[in-house]
Design a protein around this ligand. Structure first.
Ligand code: AQP
Length: 334
């Protein structure tokens, strides 16, 4: 069972990233190791260049994200953690896969539509090709499983279609991966607008809880969370605010949503729910924040982790690329 996932070096990772993806990464590294395989996690700096960015800031944010992942529990001895730009096979495979990707498919990607609408100066061709590079990331490692949040469902479907089409056209070469989207926590909503997902670029500042937020900030954001009419603390489609809070409470406490609901039976109102969620999230994130403070200053050590990870990743990806080139008739026959 080989697991692969990528995460953007946006630095300020939020609660959605943590519950939808990062916690799954930590669990996945143990599950993979238990069956003699390896989980591979990549910080996707090349993806981050598809929208407006500052080069110096990108490098800083990459270290921030690396430190967050290590602080959350990734162990470089148990998994492969590396920087996408260090393994050139990703970009080569991206190009090769464009030959089995339909232009119309890329045009239908909702993330492209949303992100291109946000760009002020340039909608880059890289943004359009983003899902193909993402497919290359996963397919280069012949991964079976991709832990992601719900917003990545469409991209995973596309990468499956790309792999299936490649195998049909050039012969069985690539593994068709499955997504792993958690039952609860796959779509954490913005606390100020619970009809929108918590997001790095599209959300509200007050409605976004960051992994590195101090306890006071976390409490303030939950206290001000937008809830719904009525006072019943139940999960229901017409109560998106309360449902979101109960989901966060459930995953933070490692209980089911039904148990989270039951635990609030004696609550006096939404205020009690907000305080309970804030406390559970603070407790969950405190150790991550503390470890981050220890790990982040040593950029040399972070570079060492990334370089060692890249070497291991390159060995696997180079093997796949050799097969892909051969199957496609690119380069010499042997
Ligand atoms: N709200 C969310 N709930 C659950 N999971 C989420 N993810 C993102 N938002 C939520 C999952 O986090 C992983 C990393 O996402 P990314 O690499 O795309 O990082 P990002 O760009 O900083 O995250 P955002 O918030 O998704 O950015 P925007 O909205 O600006 O594009 C992925 O597995 C994702 O599913």
């Amino acid at each position: 069972m080989r697991i692969f996932s990528g995460i953007q070096p946006t630095g300020r990772k939020h609660l959605g990233n943590y519950l939808g993806a990062i916690r799954q990464y930590v669990e996945g590294q143990h599950r993979s190791a238990a069956v003699g395989d390896v989980a591979i996690y990549c910080i996707v700096d090349l993806h981050a260049t598809t929208v407006a960015y500052e080069p110096e800031v990108l490098r800083e944010r990459l270290y921030d994200t690396t430190a967050i992942l290590l602080a959350a529990g990734l162990e470089p001895e148990r998994c492969i953690l590396f920087r996408q730009g260090d393994v050139q096979e990703h970009t080569e495979l991206c190009w090769l896969l464009t030959s089995v990707t339909a232009h119309g498919e890329l045009n239908r990607m909702t993330q492209f539509k949303e992100k291109s609408a946000q760009q002020r100066e340039l909608v880059s061709a890289g943004l359009f090709l983003y899902p193909v590079l993402q497919a290359a990331d996963v397919l280069a490692y012949r991964a079976h499983e991709v832990p992601v949040g719900d917003d990545q469902r469409q991209h995973i479907e596309l990468m499956r279609d790309i792999a299936i089409r490649f195998n049909a056209r050039f012969g069985e070469t690539l593994v068709v991966p499955e997504h792993r989207i958690p039952d609860v926590g796959a779509r954490i909503m913005d606390l100020q607008d619970p009809t929108k997902k918590m997001s790095t670029t599209g959300g509200t500042v007050e409605g976004t809880v960051y992994v590195l937020d101090e306890p006071g900030a976390i409490e303030k954001k939950f206290k001000r969370a937008v809830t719904d009419s009525g006072s019943e603390i139940v999960r229901s489609p017409d109560k998106p605010g309360v449902t979101n809070l109960l989901d966060v409470l459930a995953v933070a406490r490692d209980i089911t949503p039904a148990e989270a609901e039951a635990s609030m039976a004696g609550a006096r109102g939404y205020g009690d729910l907000k305080m309970a969620v804030a406390a559970a999230v603070e407790e969950m994130l405190a150790p991550v924040r503390e470890r981050y403070a220890e790990i982040r200053p040593d950029e040399g050590a972070l570079e060492d982790v990334l370089a060692a990870g890249a070497e291991k990743a390159r060995a696997i990806a180079a093997d796949t690329l050799r097969d892909v080139r051969r199957a496609m008739g690119v380069g010499p026959a042997r």
